[in-house]
Design a protein around this ligand. Structure first.
Ligand code: F6R
Length: 609
């Protein structure tokens, strides 16, 4: 939810901080700031607005500092102002702190500190951190951090810089990501590997409860008061993967990357005879498999929508009940989960706090947990019993595209895997589906190639759209929800998805002449009813764009415009249908001159409750 950067080493720190912040701007972009140690004093520069505003404020005055911290913010406590921007300082301007997360007991701590005479400058929860460090500092920043975190409730990734320790940064993490980059005589902190890939491929991922001390001589990590070893990860993806690669926006690049990303997800997981999906990550005993009587999926936003597709296919092929829960709601109920429940947590970032807490709730109730994640070694990935990585590469645009499509891919793979393991389907029965699944990257490529130009033309007229509707039945309804979310989050066009049969129960009242409706029509059994729905909408003047197969002449005939998909088994259709909906949202946002990659009020990874 916020981006953190820190550096200790021989080089001028300012450009490193600015570049690190730019690489993480997608994590939060309502204000930014840096603190460096220069001429024996902390130099603090903060600004409301994007990093470009901060950069302007800094100008060419980079100075000689070689140690510093930076932060790009997505506001939680305290509106985005210069004063609420991070870093925050203690009373004597000797300690600077950046923080990602929420200190839940900050009011209590603030009152305690106020009584001790501390003076606060901002409305943020974060500001208690420099004051606590000030309170506990006795010449040892590490010891002060240990005492500080012992007082905290909530989630944090935090880095502190102290005037009296001019060669040292100290950090701590709980439930929010913090990565250490290992250079040669220089070291980095960041919230995301993408910020460090330019400097190093050797990274340490801090774990919950870790406190780290960084100097030009190296890094030491402590947990529970004792020094611990953390395994060095070698990051193989390239710097180019985290850059736009010639595309105007990350979102467009990531849409175009989907065939490649799907290939990555499939890699090494399909048997040579295409009769089985091989998920070596899962080591289920036959007894455990026989004991599963229910699947529960928990996720947020787009990942939740992927779960809805997963539910439909699993229930159809496994004949097991599957619940899909919005992770933030899950915490407010008493979920019916026990040792016979298989829980699947879906999260691109692996850091979404609602999904993390929902996962822990599943664990407490005895469920085994599979995490479907994209970010390597993220908190959810680490805490789950099993992880299936999507291997989609870094997703930078706030609007999720390649993560969703690869989550779908894994949900299909998991379903086919379980179908075989549970004896619900034989290799012979699975082979035609697996074989088509394996070839979906080409079909997605074909979909992009064929539909991008017509969608661009439709989108040109979207500047004037105020409302849009997405309808479908069965699997098409699940994808409609994702189509509507994509459109509203980046183009700010109000969009709603409806199960087409529900229209007549209220929503059709909103249909007025020219209102656009995306009608997703890939499921053959409900096709006649979808056609009736389209006709009903047209009778009220709607502008209907049908998304369907080339052989669906009736849908094509009744739609104002038809977007035709390459043929695949209808069970696999969601992986194709979402593509035109992503492109439509993208080109609508471009037509409306919206900030595609960083839509207002949003952030990439929601690490606060
Ligand atoms: C929408 C979007 C969000 C995320 C949601 C969960 O485009 O990206 O709805 O899907 O915040 O994030 P993860 O998957 O990181 O848990």
């Amino acid at each position: 939810m916020c981006g953190i950067i820190g550096y200790v080493g021989p080089r001028q720190v300012m450009p490193i901080l600015l570049e690190g912040l730019k690489a993480q701007e997608y994590r939060g972009y309502d204000s930014a700031g840096i603190a460096v140690l220069e001429d024996d004093a902390i130099r603090l520069i903060r600004s409301k607005g994007k990093i470009a505003v901060l950069e302007k404020k800094i100008g060419s005055a980079y100075g000689s500092a070689t140690i510093g911290i930076g932060h790009t913010r997505w506001a939680t406590h305290g509106s985005p102002t210069d004063t609420n921007s991070h870093p925050h300082l203690d009373c004597k301007n000797e300690i600077a702190v950046v923080h990602n997360g929420i200190i839940e007991n900050y009011l209590e701590l603030r009152n305690w500190l106020l009584k001790k005479g501390h003076v606060f400058a901002s409305q943020t929860d974060t500001e208690v951190l420099p004051h606590l460090l000030e309170e506990f500092y006795d010449g040892d920043l590490l010891a002060a951090m240990m005492q500080t975190v012992s007082k905290l409730h909530g989630s944090y990734a935090t880095v502190a810089l102290c005037k009296h320790d001019p060669q040292k940064l100290v950090a701590a993490r709980r439930d929010n990501p913090l990565i250490i980059g290992l250079g040669d005589g220089e070291y980095y902190f960041a919230s995301d590997m993408a910020a460090l890939i330019e400097y190093t491929r050797e990274m340490l991922i801090l774990q919950n409860g870790d406190i780290a001390e960084m100097t030009p001589d190296g890094v030491r990590v402590f947990n529970d008061g004792a020094e611990v070893e953390r395994q060095i990860q070698h990051i193989s993806w390239s710097k180019k993967a985290a850059q736009k690669g010639g595309y105007k926006h990350f979102m467009l690049k990531e849409i175009h990357e989907q065939p490649w990303a799907l290939g990555q997800t499939l890699k090494g997981r399909i048997a040579a005879d295409e009769k089985a999906v091989e998920l070596k990550e899962l080591e289920f005993s036959p007894e455990y498999l026989r004991s599963i009587d229910k699947v529960v999926m928990v996720a947020c936003g787009t990942a939740y929508h992927a779960g809805l597709v997963g539910k439909a296919i699993m229930e159809k092929l496994l004949r097991l009940p599957v619940d899909v829960e919005i992770a933030s709601e899950f915490q407010h109920k008493e979920p019916i989960i026990d040792q016979r429940t298989l829980a699947v947590v879906i999260s691109q970032s692996g850091e979404t706090i609602d999904s993390l807490y929902a996962m822990r709730e599943c664990r407490e109730r005895g469920a085994k947990i599979i995490a479907i994640c994209n970010v390597l070694d993220s908190t959810i990935a680490r805490e789950a019993d099993y992880v299936l990585y999507t291997w989609a590469g870094p997703e930078i645009a706030v609007a999720s595209t390649k993560a969703y499509i690869t989550q779908l891919m894994l949900l299909y793979m998991l379903t086919f895997y379980l179908a075989e393991q549970l004896g619900k389907m034989s290799g012979e029965q699975l082979q035609p589906l697996i074989s088509q699944l394996y070839r979906l990257p080409e079909k997605v490529e074909q979909t992009i190639t064929q539909l991008e130009a017509p969608i661009k033309r439709i989108a040109r007229g979207m500047k004037t759209w105020e409302d849009a509707f997405f309808i479908g039945r069965g699997l098409d309804y699940a994808v409609s929800l994702e189509g509507a979310l994509k459109l509203k989050e980046i183009s700010y066009i109000h969009a709603e998805a409806y199960a087409a049969g529900e229209l007549k129960h209220g929503t059709i009242a909103l249909i007025v002449p020219d209102v656009p409706v995306m009608a997703i029509c890939t499921q053959r059994e409900p096709m006649p009813r979808m056609i009736s729905n389209i006709v009903e909408l047209q009778a009220r003047g709607a502008f209907v764009v049908g998304v369907t197969w080339a052989d669906q002449k009736d849908v094509i005939k009744v739609s104002d415009k038809a977007l035709l998909l390459p043929e695949v088994d209808e069970l696999l259709a969601p992986i194709l249908t979402v593509v035109p909906l992503q492109l439509l949202a993208y080109y609508a946002a471009v037509a409306k001159k919206c900030n595609v990659d960083q839509p207002r009020n949003l952030a990439k990874s929601v690490t606060v409750l």
